[in-house]
Write a new protein. Structure first.
Length: 282
């Protein structure tokens, strides 16, 4: 059984509140979505029916601009209202879609708050037609690492203990293994980094709230933090001029629903030329 890390009702409420402010961080969300959808240009496959999972009103228009009929799905009904066209409010852990409903699924920065990620990936693979494509971006290990460390150290100094204040993120090395475990063919996990620059460190906290990324872990503290916690923690990670650089490390996942027509790896020992022979050739 998967551990319960995220308070899903709290996450939905956080996203509901952010529905009126997420447009303020739309350039970052669109940048990540465009980087993810660039992978469509690397295949000759053409797609007609896509699922936009948690795109916050940003991903669906980019898919429609490519001529792809798109259904938007989100945990938050308020966030979902930012999307046009067909919309379905649903929990990513209990998706309502029939098998083979889509030939493309895109999850842009929407799966990092899921408790049962392998189970969700299995459901998404089942919702794909044979040879359908799954694309996802997730914040990866290293994102907000300096903020996490500064908050933990500062809170321990002030109170003698520390509660988790930054959500855990996926390790890129686990990305392809998760796709393979969920039954995807040809799984690939690669990384990209976007560096965000803030004039003041408090602007980072503002943007996290605007994006609906407030702390929704089950073990989060429900009490008011010490007044000095955030100013002292942010001072630890700011540059000398008070600005702050934050790397957004992204895990970009690509996987295909299995199909008999896909290329298959050669069986071990079936190669007709040896590496040693190739190296001997002038």
């Amino acid at each position: 059984m998967n551990p319960i890390v995220f308070d899903r009702p709290a996450l939905r409420r956080t996203r509901d509140r952010a529905a009126t402010t997420v447009h303020l961080v739309e350039p970052v969300l669109r940048d990540v979505a465009e980087r993810l959808l660039d992978r469509l240009d690397d295949t000759t496959r053409r797609f007609s029916h896509a699922l936009d999972l948690g795109g916050r009103g940003v991903t669906a228009p980019l898919l429609r601009a490519r001529g792809i009929h798109t259904v938007s799905c989100d945990l938050s009904p308020a966030m979902l209202a930012r999307s046009d066209g067909t919309r379905v409010a649903a929990d990513e852990e209990r998706l309502p879609f029939a098998p083979a409903s889509f030939d493309l699924v895109v999850a842009n920065l929407s799966l990092h708050g899921v408790n049962d990620l392998p189970g969700t990936l299995i459901q998404l693979r089942q919702a794909l037609t044979p040879d359908g494509l799954f694309l996802a971006s997730l914040p990866a290990l290293g994102t907000l690492a300096s903020l996490r460390g500064a908050l933990t150290e500062t809170e321990a100094e002030l109170t003698g203990g520390a509660a988790p204040r930054v959500a855990p993120f996926i390790d890129l090395r686990d990305g392809a293994a998760l796709l393979q475990r969920a039954g995807f063919a040809l799984p690939v996990a690669d990384s990209e980094t976007i560096t965000l620059q803030y004039r003041t460190p408090f602007a980072l906290l503002r943007d996290l709230r605007h994006a609906g990324e407030a702390n929704a872990t089950v073990l989060r503290s429900r009490t008011t933090p010490p007044r000095a916690l955030f100013p002292a923690a942010l001072a630890r990670i700011s540059d000398d001029d008070g600005s702050l650089r934050v790397p957004l490390r992204l895990a970009m996942l690509t996987g295909w629903a299995p199909s008999p027509t896909q290329q298959q790896p050669l069986a071990p020992g079936s190669a007709q030329h040896s590496l040693a022979a190739a190296l001997r050739d002038p």
